[in-house]
Design a binder for this molecule. Structure first.
Ligand code: NAG
Length: 379
């Protein structure tokens, strides 16, 4: 009996994978903590530099009501907004994005990028414009929403998983539905897959694997949204809100559970639920086989983050407009990880330009000079 329990505990922890970067905002008292980070003081879990010129609370806000309530490991979620001021660096795309600040190997081997995403009917994203959501700069795995640039028609209400611009899976992006995602990336074998579920359901392999050039410098995954412009409607007064929670990168094996896998309040007796796919993706190659490394549905006994406090969740699924929550809990913090990320570009390297999201500083001995609107170089 004891032996069995021990074995189960070991198996459980083995299947949990290792959180190598944690972007769950548990140690944030408000989004203004993002201002702690700067190029000269690279602290905290996020780089915050891709945004408009207004204060951070116009673009990023945190609240327990902004998270997937099934995620018991996250204290709060993030609401990311774009409005007519959300232009960064002279560009004509509306963008609010956070980038992992870490020296962890989030761009090597087999890793899983976890997050949940939803929208509501308030400040709903526009279906007539292409959005790039939670993307890598080389776009080898990402979500998109809305009418893709160059597509026919006038709107497209689907959320899509894309591999290098090719849609591999899509679902109607209904309001108030939490979509849980893991980007399964093998940087060694250059393959990507897509895991998905809704609500509190465990993640299921939904598309892939696909072969693609997986390329990342470890500081170019963008949590947030970039909206392509259409016509010259740059001053349109519409605002969009996007909600994300449960953001972390895992290595080892994939944790398919949302949060700890145990839904609070509602009495879910189970742990052995068979993942039910409710959505039928149209163009999707559905893989029925479970890849070797996949933990099916085993109860996770261990959680990687030590949470001592239970957040008093004010959960009303329609997030009211109350952002900055007063959290009195001193969450057990993971000490600010060691900085280096997006180091200055080398001499001759790119340091700016439309669409550029990499380094914007240069190594000593060179300065960043704009050669044209699309290209700035360290000279
Ligand atoms: C931001 O800095 C303040 C003041 O030093 C600190 O109390 C807070 O914990 C920091 N936030 C994060 C997320 O590290």
């Amino acid at each position: 009996m004891l032996k069995l329990a021990l074995v189960q505990a070991l198996v459980g922890s083995a299947l949990a994978g290792t959180v190598i970067w944690d972007g769950r905002f548990n140690e944030f008292s408000s989004s203004t903590d993002l201002n702690n980070w700067s190029w000269s003081n690279q602290v905290g879990p996020y780089q915050y530099y891709i945004h408009g010129s207004s204060p951070v609370t116009q673009y990023v806000n945190l609240s327990p009501s902004y998270k997937n309530p099934a995620d018991t490991v996250s204290n709060q979620g993030v609401k990311i907004s774009i409005d007519k001021t959300a232009y960064w660096n002279g560009q004509n795309m509306r963008r609010t994005e956070l980038i992992p600040q870490t020296s962890a190997a989030i761009n090597q081997g087999r890793v899983y990028y976890h997050f949940s995403v939803k929208r509501t009917n308030t400040n709903a994203p526009r279906a007539d414009l292409e959005h790039q959501v939670n993307f890598f700069e080389s776009h080898f795995t990402e979500l998109k929403y809305g009418l893709l640039s160059g597509a026919s028609g006038s709107s497209d209400p689907t959320l899509k998983w894309c591999v290098s611009g090719q849609t591999k899976w899509s679902v109607t992006f209904d309001a108030d539905v939490w979509h849980n995602v893991a980007y399964d990336i093998d940087f060694s074998s250059n393959q990507v897959s897509f895991w998905h579920s809704t609500g509190s359901d465990p993640l299921v392999l939904t598309a892939g694997p696909f072969s693609v050039g997986t390329s990342s410098n470890g500081a170019d995954w963008h949590l947030g949204v970039l909206r392509l412009p259409m016509n010259s409607d740059l001053q349109s007064s519409d605002v969009e809100d996007w909600y994300f929670s449960g953001v972390y990168v895992e290595s080892g094996s994939l944790n398919t559970q949302i949060g700890s896998g145990v839904t609070p309040t509602t009495t879910r007796t189970t742990t052995t639920t068979t993942p039910v796919r409710t959505t039928t993706p149209s163009t999707t190659p559905v893989r029925t086989t479970t890849p070797s490394t996949t933990p099916s549905t085993t109860l996770r006994t261990t959680t990687t983050t030590a949470r001592t406090t239970t957040p008093s969740t004010t959960r009303s699924t329609t997030p009211s407009t109350t952002p900055s929550t007063t959290r009195s809990t001193t969450a057990a913090t993971t000490a600010a990880t060691t900085p280096p990320a997006t180091p200055p570009a080398n001499k001759w390297g790119q340091c700016g330009g439309i669409g550029w999201t990499g380094a914007t500083t240069c190594v000593d001995g060179s300065t960043c000079q704009a050669l044209n609107p699309y290209y700035s170089q360290c000279l």
